[in-house]
Structure formats: C-alpha cells, structure tokens
Ligand binder design. Structure first.
Ligand code: KDG
Length: 322
C-alpha cells in the first residue's frame, strides 16, 4: 500500500470568534479570532502527537480560509486536498466565554464552503491511501454532496483496508429532523472499527441507555472498540474481551469545546502506535483534558511531551493515593 499519511480526515473548517468576556453573546463586543471544526481539531491534535495527517475539505477565498490554510500547514497537516472555492465563504461561529459548563455556540455556516465537499476519484484515492481515516457525523449534515462523500469515503477506506474511527458529533440544529440524523449518522457509525461517542449520543443513536449496551450495539456490527465518554466523569472503553473505565484527568479547564476531538486524537494516536486498550483510553482522556485548557477549540491540543507529563503526574497521584 502506498501510505502517504497515517491519518486522513475530512470536514468543515470555520472561523471561531470567542467572546473575550463572559456574558450573553449579544452583550459582548470583543471576540478573539480562532479556528474551529471538529475534524480540523483532530487533524491538528494528531499532527502535534507526531503523525502524518491529511485534511480534505473546502474553504472560501477569504481571510478565514487563508488563516485556515496557513494554520494547517504550520501545524504540519497536508492540505493538498483542501480546496478553495472562489464563490462560497468560509463558515463562522460565535462562542460564549462560559464560566461554568459548555459555552453557547452560534453557527453561521449555512451555504458555506464546507458544504461543497464532493466526491471524486482522486480525493477518494488520497483518502484510502492513508493507514487510517477519521470521520464525524457533521459532514453528512451539511449537504447532499458532503453526505454522499462521507459514505463513499468510508466505503473506499474500508475496501482499501484502512482502519476507520467515527465520532457522531451530533448537531441536531444542522439536520432536517432527528430521525434523519439518527439514521444517517448511525449508518456511518456502523462502518467504523473504533466508535467514539458520548453516552447521550449513544442513547440517541442506539435507543439504549446503558454504556455496555450502547457498546454492544456497535461491537455486534463489527466495531473492534467502542469508547463511551462521560464528560468530566471520565470514559469507558469496550472491546469484545474487556471493559475498561477511567476517571477524567483534573486540569484547569477554560473551555470544554474540543474535548471530544482531543479524545479522538489521543485514542487514534495510541491505537495506531499499538498501545494496550488501557493506554489508549488513558491517552484519549489525557489529550481530551488538555484540549480544554485553552479558549480555542484546537489551541490547547498537546504535544507528546505534554501528554507524557500529565500521565506521569496522574500515576504519581494514584500511587500516592494507594
Ligand atoms: O468538536 C468541536 C467542534 O464542535 C467545533 O470545533 C466546531 O465543528 C464544530 C461544530 O460543528 O460545532
């Protein structure tokens, strides 16, 4: 196999304007410009962890598109299949500076360039020449062509022997209806080797409320590992042979958005490295926790050294605690 990248992912990149002070978005007048997009976050996370990563997507011919392209290149992510559309604009979002819990996020992404993702022989060949493909449930919500691309991408990846990870990233506001969202995202999730999902997403998609039953739903359909995330309470990893649980790492959280993408980056990195399931879960939780230490969605993503430091600190505490 002609392996160009360890991982290729695809999705929408947005400009992210983060309020610099707490309060209702309509009351705040100063915002910091950053970048967002679940798959962009995962790409940057994996690159910082030392992997060769490619990103497939569409941006506008505008300042945010320019920032995105420069940023991905600076992070070492391959952008050969990041297309610039001459007409559509790059999507945007506004994000609250929350003092507690998840911040309010408002999207300006309808009709944006990210929805112009479409299939083609070259891009599918690029994607399936990677060792691993990471996908989320966001692109299929954006447009018919992006949805078709998501299915073709996963089918091509599978046919080429790549492993596939999938994070549903349910965004009900982007879908026409919940049944449509559940059917489409569920069908994509069932194509993955590693399903990484929040417990509530698992309930929505499978109709089960117990983490073990959610995991069984995917294990029975061919997944090799299912990670169920419980936010600040930690996460569980289920395989056919074992169930592992671990608490979340305590860090100084500034903003919770991007934790799931950090989790995905840490998990994929560890799984591709051949770490044990327990280490995969620990690294996923460590990267997810560190991702929350910055106001931006991808700015807190750690390097290998920062992950190691957090893992060492944790093992010192757990030994000291008996
Ligand atoms: O997972 C983080 C994402 O939520 C964020 O970066 C923006 O892609 C995004 C979305 O759809 O909210």
């Amino acid at each position: 196999m002609n392996t160009l990248n360890d991982v290729v992912t695809f999705g929408e990149i947005m400009g992210c304007f983060v309020a610099t002070t707490p309060g209702r978005l309509s009351d705040v007048s100063e915002f910091e410009r950053r970048l967002a997009g679940s798959e962009l976050n995962v790409a940057i996370g994996l690159s910082r962890l030392g992997h060769h990563v490619g990103f497939v997507g569409v941006i506008g011919d505008d300042p945010i598109g320019e920032v995105a392209r420069q940023r991905l290149s600076a992070e070492g992510v391959d952008t050969i299949h990041l297309r610039t559309d001459p007409v559509a604009h790059t999507g945007l979002l506004l994000k609250e500076r929350a003092e507690y819990g998840d911040p309010q996020v408002v999207y300006y992404r309808r009709g944006a360039a990210g929805a112009l993702l479409r299939s083609g022989r070259e891009v599918l060949g690029y994607l399936s020449s990677a060792r691993h493909v990471h996908a989320t449930g966001i692109p299929p919500a954006l447009s018919g062509s992006a949805r078709a691309f998501a299915f073709e991408a996963l089918d091509a990846a599978r046919a080429a022997g790549c492993t596939i990870s999938f994070d549903p990233n349910l965004r009900p506001s982007l879908w026409q209806s919940r049944p449509e969202m559940t059917a489409v995202v569920g069908a994509l999730a069932e194509r993955a080797d590693w399903v990484l999902l929040g417990v509530e997403e698992g309930c929505t998609l499978t109709g089960r409320s117990e983490p073990g039953e959610i995991a069984q739903h995917y294990l029975r359909r061919g997944a090799k590992a299912v990670a169920v995330k419980h936010g600040a309470r930690g996460a569980q990893l289920f395989t056919a042979h074992e169930t592992i649980s671990r608490p979340a790492f305590a860090v100084d959280t500034v903003d919770t958005v991007g934790a799931g993408d950090g989790f995905a980056a840490g998990f994929i990195s560890a799984a591709l490295t051949g770490d044990t399931p327990a280490d995969q879960l620990a690294r996923a939780c460590a990267v997810g926790a560190l991702a929350t230490t910055s106001a931006g969605d991808c700015d807190g993503l750690p390097t290998v050294d920062q992950v190691e430091q957090l893992l060492r600190r944790d093992s010192v505490y757990s030994h000291a605690g008996g």
